[in-house]
Design a protein around this ligand. Structure first.
Ligand SMILES: C[S@@+](CC[C@H](N)C(=O)[O-])C[C@H]1O[C@@H](n2cnc3c(N)ncnc32)[C@H](O)[C@@H]1O
Length: 263
């Protein structure tokens, strides 16, 4: 049975264990408090411990959700995922000798960003959910201390906030590509949807304002905007892309604004 977070009860309890020293715990607590989502009786617990940050269902048997870039599926994809032949690499225009600087405006658990960073892209990430932000920030912090992936983690920066408010590079460095992967309404709650993604979807909900992300991205000075969609989904904001890279279950819609060049 999958975890489905009833949208009327998306509250969460923060548990801070001894030894937890994550710098983002206050930010997380304050955002959730302001959103009225903190509750001692919540079914979901966000646990800050000396090991890191994890999300768990208080009564569920599922493993906690925990971002780990040095193990599991992410690590496997880094080693055996197909490198620059992957559709995501083609979509952002990763050509020999040119490594675009990518603004991932919907960071999520950072999996796509980590793939691109492992292929050499500089990644600037934004995430608006304080829970997802805490999970990802913690994953990046630990990745930065792991000899196998520290160099990749150094190519990734993360900030908290909505990309609809500020989708610009804080440091003024140019962005080549804006990457968007908003939540898509979950049509199929069956076993076909991976367990951790059901968990994630239940946590974050849909992104009903996703269309606005594309119109905002198109106003920013960059060479292209890439949108990740389920293969059969309609275009974001009803907007036809310049070209598409279509996979079995997902596709990338590419909106070309100008040529990608190194300078
Ligand atoms: C489908 S997930 C992204 C998954 C990600 N590509 C990965 O590989 O892990 C979408 C994420 O975008 C975030 N998001 C949606 N709209 C946003 C916005 N306007 N600003 C910042 N984050 C946003 C959601 O909170 C959610 O965490």
């Amino acid at each position: 049975m999958g975890l489905v977070w009833p949208l009327l009860d998306n509250s969460i309890r923060i548990i801070q264990e001894p030894g937890a020293c994550q710098p983002f715990i206050d930010l997380c607590r304050e955002s959730l408090y302001n959103a009225g989502r903190l509750s001692d009786n919540a079914k979901f617990h966000l646990v800050f411990s000396s090991e890191g940050v994890s999300l768990l269902h208080a009564e569920g048997k599922e493993s906690p959700l925990f971002v780990d870039f040095a193990a599991g599926a992410v690590d496997h994809r880094r080693k055996f995922g197909g490198g620059k032949n992957q559709d995501i690499a083609k979509a952002v225009g990763l050509n020999k000798g040119f490594y675009p600087r990518v603004l991932d405006a919907t960071a999520g658990l950072g999996r796509d960003a980590f793939v691109l960073a492992s292929l050499g892209c500089q990644m600037v990430l934004q995430e608006r959910s304080p829970i997802v932000y805490a999970l990802l920030a913690d994953g990046l912090l630990r990745a930065g201390k792991d000899a196998d992936v520290a160099e990749i983690a150094r190519r990734i920066s993360l900030s908290f906030g909505s990309s609809l408010e500020t989708m610009a590079q804080e440091d003024g460095a140019p962005i080549d590509v804006i990457y968007l992967d908003p939540m898509f309404p979950e049509r199929n709650k069956s076993a076909l949807v991976k367990k951790d993604m059901r968990f994630f979807h239940a946590l974050v909900g849909d992104d009903p304002d996703a269309d606005q992300l594309l119109s905002k991205a198109m106003t920013i000075d960059c060479a292209r905007v890439v949108v990740k969609r389920p293969a059969k989904a309609e275009f974001l904001d009803g907007c036809k892309p310049s070209h598409q890279i279509i996979g079995k279950s997902i596709r990338y819609d590419v909106y070309v604004k100008r040529k990608l060049t190194s300078a």
